[in-house]
Write a new protein. Sequence first.
Length: 418
Amino acid sequence: MNSSRVVIVGAGHASAQLCASLRQEGWAGEILLIGDEPCLPYQRPPLSKTFLAGESALDELLIRKPDFYDKQAITLRCARVRSLDPEAREIRLGHGETLAYDKLVLCLGARPRRLVLPGAELAGVHHLRDAADIEAIRADLPAARRAVIVGGGYIGLETAASLRNLGVAVTVLEAADRVLQRVTAPEVSTFYERVHREEGVELRLGVGITALEGDGRVSGVRLADGDLVAADLVIVGIGVVPNVEIADRAGVSVEDGIVIDSCGRTSAPDIYAAGDCASYFDRRQGRRLRLESVPNAVEQAKSVAAAICGREKEIAALPWFWSDQYDLKLQIAGLSTGYEEVVLRGDPATGRDLACFYLARGRIIAADCVNRPHEFMFSKRAIAQELAPDKELLTDLTTDLRSLLDRSPSRAPRADRS
């Protein structure tokens, strides 16, 4: 391994972890990290929060400081990779240079889904994915009094909260009938809709958009019903698309992401993938998943590093996520897909905290915990144990949830799996 080269394409959370894990696993060869941004890998979640608010600088968001890369003998290149040749074991950079690899890891991430409408290219219209996007938004903020956010998902709501904290009037436009419809139960949507309205955000749900209007710079968003919503600033947050084109053109298997096995290997020899661009078969869900989260990127990178160094480490960690809005810390354990009922600990119509447990066949399969860290920690263990708790105890705020974990009879029998 001393004379071999690992090339990592993409410079996000998965890449930064991969660099560390490769050395920890004993890789003594060359590590070349190629990213298309002129900076070291940095944390993405704070972009729509502290970085947008001007409370943190980019160098404060670095995942690892510059001396880490020096000490670990990791070579950094700022370049765009245009193509991949698995047979020749080469990648081609944007300016024509080719680089050979012994092992290749694709940490290509994802890009914002574009708003394809008349006026989408007007000045003052922004998508949000990287530091350059946020810097462009910040440049427009001094003159912005009225912001419109297209999309009521986590990114849209986090950005709405940050802009309200800066004193900007905010309208959120969402095509669905409620915010966070794809990822939460109606009760959690109700909670967040109430909080955002209390904070002064105008929510317009179930609305379509036909155009963005303005003379050179955006001045409003035209709705399908003909109404015009005034705006000095428009931020689009309607999801992301995995960056798979390089792999797809090279014949690497793609299915809503670059297909990887339980250790991060792709269909091509000595090519691996990790992070937002990768999809893998999850045994808990019984289906292929592509997860957009920092913990997922980190866990996949650890598995890839182990595989490159000849050790099997399956991707098996329980998915978890988080979102910060105002004073609300949302922590999510597991995946709620296929839930049959919800059990609430707290009232979504009042207060600033809530736990929503998702159950299927009586077992906890996921939980949304807002300002409830103890419930979050309980949920991670309960999901792993396939706990089927007494629902009355789950809702009772006097119940010490840890006591439920100690009751092995409360687990549903495994024989009823289907």
